[in-house]
Write a protein that binds this ligand. Sequence first.
Ligand code: PNS
Length: 180
Amino acid sequence: MGFEIFDLAGGGLRGVEKGMRLAIYPGSFDPITNGHVDVISRAASLFDEVLVAVAINDAKQGLFTMEERVEMIRAATGRFPNVKVVAFEGLLVEFARKQGAVAVVRGLRAVSDFEFEFQMALMNRKLEPAIETVFLTPREEYTYLSSRIVKEIARLGGPVDAFVPGPVVEGLRKRLRMGG
Ligand code: PNS
């Protein structure tokens, strides 16, 4: 088992001070949506620190590079002083344990999310019983949002301004104009 952490673009990992309750919010974030930002804001009000952790998955080619995803998340979450963004590779629970996290946060939009999330939460608990999975539901208006559907709308020339933060709208425009 192993993990590697990449502090892309020098945002700086502060480490967790004693007594601080750190939560990890992992995901692909290809790209971050307003639903993700909503979950991040809820987590930021519940925990002392939230580490948004972008999973590096070589087997899954995304639209955006890891650096771009991290940058867009940083731009979209800069207003939350207790939120940091990093990329990581390897097992989530091992990464979370090494960071000193008490919880993994996941967003739950609809029943269709449940089966996969339930399986992942139980497997993560089996691997690392000390780390809880906490499910947060975004605002109703975001329950139908997903990175995949946003990319499809953007690819087909539809408006995505209401669904993703400004820097992502720009990123999608640039990438799709480039034919990516
Ligand atoms: O945004 P996503 O694609 O739903 O996020 C899934 C993610 C990245 C959280 C999940 O694939 C993950 O935790 N990957 C890290 C590798 C790992 O620990 N896999 C075992 C999960 S039980």
